[in-house]
Design a protein around this ligand. Structure first.
Ligand code: C5P
Length: 224
């Protein structure tokens, strides 16, 4: 059977990565969380005290970082690694969410990440989630989904996710962070978040993860 690329883009905390992961597992495909890559870059920039407005510092730092994904057989989870170190937990924290959209709006950062993502998916058979997968990384993806959901519902989901990892953040702060990220993501000059003309819109506000997964698989089945 031919292998395809499934691109899932959309706003923060709509359920993209949970859905994408489950779709990949059901189809026997690879899963690539591109948001994790921008989060890992942000962590590295913080650690190295990179001034985001200084192009030379940004370029030098980008040359020093290496992002990989590792499947932990013991936990059954995917881990994001930065220069060989597992940073999966660290990159999900709120202080990273607070700067990641500024970091990911830097054109040099995007060029480096997009090139790596294209390489990772060159053999197809992947589900990739992010903001620019269907528009920039794989404009020829066979399946394109654009996810959206009500802001308060997204914020509640995010709050639960953070709480399950021991981070207690109040709902207003989360709403503010989501709105700020959406604004930066949709207005940046380099590959802004926008629904590709050929992407199917999915509003997940009142859908369970299972329903979202079934819906995406149905889209994929039509292309296979
Ligand atoms: O998906 P997640 O919310 O973890 O992504 C974190 C941030 O990374 C987003 O808010 C966005 O600024 C950036 N991002 C991006 N392009 C992608 C994936 C994520 O700009 N393909």
């Amino acid at each position: 059977m031919p292998k395809i690329v499934i691109a899932i883009d959309g706003y923060s905390s709509c359920g993209k990565s949970t859905t994408a992961k489950a779709v990949a597992a059901r189809m026997g495909y690879g899963y690539i969380d591109t948001g994790a890559m921008y989060r890992a870059v942000s962590l590295f920039f913080i650690e190295k005290h990179v001034a985001l407005s200084n192009k030379n510092e940004v370029i030098t730092a980008l040359e020093q970082l290496h992002i990989t994904f590792n499947h932990n057989n013991r936990t059954g989870r995917n881990e994001t690694c930065l220069n060989g170190l597992n940073v999966e937990e660290e990159i999900r924290k709120m202080y990273i969410s607070n700067i990641v959209s500024e970091v990911s709006a830097i054109p040099e950062v995007r060029w480096a990440m997009v090139a790596q993502q294209q390489k990772m998916g060159r053999r197809r058979g992947v589900v990739m989630d992010g903001r620019d997968i269907g528009t920039k990384v794989f404009p020829d993806a066979e399946v394109k989904v654009f996810m959206t959901a009500d802001t308060t519902i997204r914020a509640r989901r995010r709050q639960q996710e953070l709480l399950s990892k021991g981070e207690m953040i109040n709902l207003d702060d989360i709403i503010q962070n989501l709105e700020k990220r959406d604004k930066i993501d949709t207005t940046r000059s380099e590959s802004p978040l926008v629904q590709a003309p050929d992407a199917a819109l999915l509003d997940t506000s009142h859908m369970t993860i299972e329903e979202q997964v079934d819906w995406v698989i149905e889209q994929a089945d039509r292309r296979l």
